[in-house]
Design a protein around this ligand. Structure first.
Ligand SMILES: CC(C)(COP(=O)(O)OP(=O)(O)OC[C@H]1O[C@@H](n2cnc3c(N)ncnc32)[C@H](O)[C@@H]1OP(=O)(O)O)[C@@H](O)C(=O)NCCC(=O)NCCS
Length: 156
């Protein structure tokens, strides 16, 4: 919970929120950070981590385990504070989480849903061994604009 202030400060950025679901709001408040931390610490089987740089929580990465017939799949999501972009931090973070998940859980497929205009995220996933699996046409409405969603996956 002591990470909440730092997370809220770095998350409060329209350039980040524009690439994420509306559940990651802009403005992003201390209350939003605390809600996310409560979920992360909530004892479910999802794996949610803050990304720490120089002893500060400056981003987040998480895996949501799917259920029912999808229970061998997990969805990955992530964001990083803008001052830390382009330093390879998310490449390292995703590689860590994928390796950890395939080594220590029953998950065999990790996937991400990327808005079609998010070149940065597509590049990071490709660097981490994810392949473009499918395009969900007109699946998203973000800021009033209809967009395709690109599904990238990494198989064990
Ligand atoms: C996507 C994001 C996590 C990338 O984090 P990062 O730590 O800067 O990424 P890395 O430094 O590991 O970069 C990996 C590659 O992506 C490229 N890249 C990063 N940001 C880029 C951008 N804005 N435009 C084009 N390429 C970009 C890097 O150059 C690097 O490729 P290279 O090695 O060929 O040069 C970060 O930009 C972010 O938080 N964006 C907003 C939230 C978001 O989009 N989340 C994902 C939703 S699916």
């Amino acid at each position: 919970m002591s990470d909440a202030n730092s997370l809220a400060m770095y998350a409060n950025n329209r350039k980040i929120a524009d690439n994420l679901r509306d559940e990651f709001p802009y403005p992003y408040t201390l209350h939003d950070a605390r809600t996310w931390l409560e979920f992360a610490l909530g004892g479910n089987q999802n794996l949610l981590f803050a990304i720490e740089v120089d002893s500060k929580a400056v981003g987040g990465i998480g895996l949501i385990h799917k259920t029912d017939v999808y229970r061998k799949s997990a969805e990955i999501g992530y964001w990083l504070g803008e001052p830390y972009w382009y330093k390879g931090i998310m490449t390292e973070s995703i590689n860590f989480l994928v390796k950890h998940t395939f080594a220590h859980t029953e998950i065999i497929r990790i996937y991400a849903g990327v808005f079609e205009n998010n070149i940065a995220s597509a590049r990071v996933l490709t660097k981490c061994g994810f392949k473009l699996e499918s395009v969900h046409h007109q699946a998203i409405i973000k800021n009033g604009k209809i967009m395709n969603e690109l599904i990238y996956s990494n198989l064990k």
